[in-house]
Design a protein around this ligand. Structure first.
Ligand code: UD1
Ligand code: CA
Length: 455
């Protein structure tokens, strides 16, 4: 097999996006469209990816640099043929070349694999689609034996040619040798004064090179994005695919139209996901996990049979089995909760390692802390981890009981089975089994007269 080189056209301005961001950096499922295309190219085993950039080139390069990407600058956008020609010197003669577009983000790998399998020294692969409304697209011309002979652009087409509904997606696969022979021969003597990549089809046909056609499974795969309406349309299609996959794999979704997966969501069976859940980065939900309404989960691993209640935010955390989180909990990066733990409403954790069976049920901040097993943290407990310059650690052994409204001024360590009286400000370590109370002593004043109002 010849090495595969993928050329991605991404030089156009995208003025209809009405944006300072280059079009190909607008996101589908949280990822720039161009990165979707590049990831697909990698899945196809591309030896090298050639990005043709122009408008916003610096911005595109900056967030897209990777070892396998080689850039070609197209300073003036003189047409798709001219664009591919910019990458031509970087293409090895023996390569198969697949042409993709930075604003056509969701072509399936299988579709492209089939297309690439059609390219050889005697054939090129062309991806076409039949549309009810072919307006604006290049039309596929065939002879009376059904062989593809040329592509004619809408603006150059006769009225009769405009009735053809099989159109060019723009995506094609061709040997580098052919490209090197044909691209220099392109002319811009056409209605738009552009160098059309599509004109190589007629050159192929004339030289007896077979044009082998493949088609995508759905139109969405070859849909380009020119404005934010089309961006939203593709986003919804993508999310619907994700929802379908999750249900196939054993998740119950309260509403398949109200889930957003912006990354990789891995699930076990009998996972329950209520409405408006957003998943970002890599998230794993083991068997039996439930996620309540309005939750955001990012880069986290949730153990089996754990329940996440409504309005919780979990980011960069690891949660064990049979845990209970929320409602309104916020787990920040570095949180690791063991099995059978509980983190309740209005609790924030950060770099908190919490042992099995421990509970932080309400209104607390636990940061830079290690908790043993079966610790009970009362409502309103705060780890004072920051002195304005440095962060300090709080340690709690097994069986610690922290009374409500306690400040733990770090660094501080509570040994096993320590009890802290409610309302304490703890600044010194507490030894095994001790009770620490650090608060003003209560005075009761008998026969207290409330002040009266002067007339
Ligand atoms: C192109 C095809 C048309 C096809 C359609 C599918 C040609 C001549 N026509 O038309 O047959 O039906 O796509 O959408 O190829 N680009 C550059 N540099 C350029 C010109 C374009 O990078 O100089 C990029 C654009 O950013 C865009 C893509 O190539 O992503 C397509 O260019 P565009 O001008 O939109 O081509 P169409 O007129 O849509
Ligand atoms: Ca276009």
């Amino acid at each position: 097999m010849k090495p595969l080189h993928v050329v991605i056209l991404a030089a156009g301005q995208g003025s209809r996006m009405k944006s300072s961001l280059p079009k190909v950096l607008h996101r589908i499922a949280g990822k720039p469209m161009l990165h979707h295309v590049m990831d697909t190219a990698r899945q196809l085993g591309a030896e090298r990816i050639h990005g043709v950039i122009g408008h916003g080139a610096d911005q595109v390069r900056e967030i897209t640099s990777a070892e396998d990407v080689q850039w070609a600058l197209q300073e003036q956008q003189l047409g798709t043929g001219h664009a591919v020609a910019q990458a031509l010197p970087n293409l090895p003669d023996n390569a198969s070349v697949l042409i993709l577009y930075g604003d056509v983000p969701l072509t399936r790998r299988e579709t492209l694999e089939e297309l690439v399998s059609r390219v050889s020294d005697q054939s090129i692969g062309l991806l076409t689609v039949t549309l009810d409304n072919p307006d604006g697209y290049g039309r596929i011309l065939r002879d009376n034996q059904g062989k593809v002979t040329a592509i004619v652009e809408q603006k150059d087409a006769t009225d009769q040619q405009k009735t053809i509904t099989e159109v060019n997606t723009g995506i094609l696969a061709v040997s580098a040798g052919h490209l090197k022979a044909w691209l220099p021969q392109l002319s811009n003597a056409n209605a738009q004064g552009e160098y059309y990549l599509t004109d190589i089809i007629a050159m192929a046909a004339e030289q007896g090179i077979a044009v082998e056609v493949a088609q995508p499974e759905t139109e969405y795969e070859v849909q380009g994005v020119n404005n934010r309406l089309q961006l939203a349309g593709l986003e919804r299609w993508y999310q619907q695919q994700q929802a379908n996959r999750l249900m196939t794999e054993g998740a119950t979704l309260a509403d398949p139209a109200r889930i957003d997966v912006r990354g990789e969501l891995i699930i076990g069976q009998d996972v329950l996901i209520d409405i408006n859940a957003v998943f970002e980065g890599k998230v794993t939900l083991e068997t039996g996990v439930s996620v309540g309404p309005n939750c955001l989960l990012r880069n986290c691993h949730i153990g089996g049979d754990t329940h996440i209640e409504a309005n919780s935010v979990i980011d960069g955390a690891r949660v064990g089995r049979n845990a209970q989180i929320g409602p309104f909990a916020r787990l920040r990066p570095g949180t690791a909760l063991a099995d059978h733990t509980k983190v309740g409403n209005f609790v924030e954790t950060k770099k908190a390692v919490v042992g099995e069976g421990s509970k932080i049920n309400h209104l607390s901040y636990v940061g830079d802390a290690t908790l043993g097993r079966n610790v009970n943290v009362g409502a309103g407990t705060i780890t004072c981890n920051y002195d304005g310059v440095n962060k300090h650690q709080t340690r709690m052994g097994d069986g610690v009981f922290v009374g409500s409204n306690t400040s733990l001024v770090a660094p501080v360590s509570l040994a096993d089975n320590v009890t802290i009286g409610a309302g304490s400000t703890i600044t010194r370590d507490v030894e095994n089994g001790e009770l620490a109370v650090a608060r003003g002593k209560q005075r009761n004043i008998a026969d207290w007269q409330r002040p009266t109002r002067k007339d």
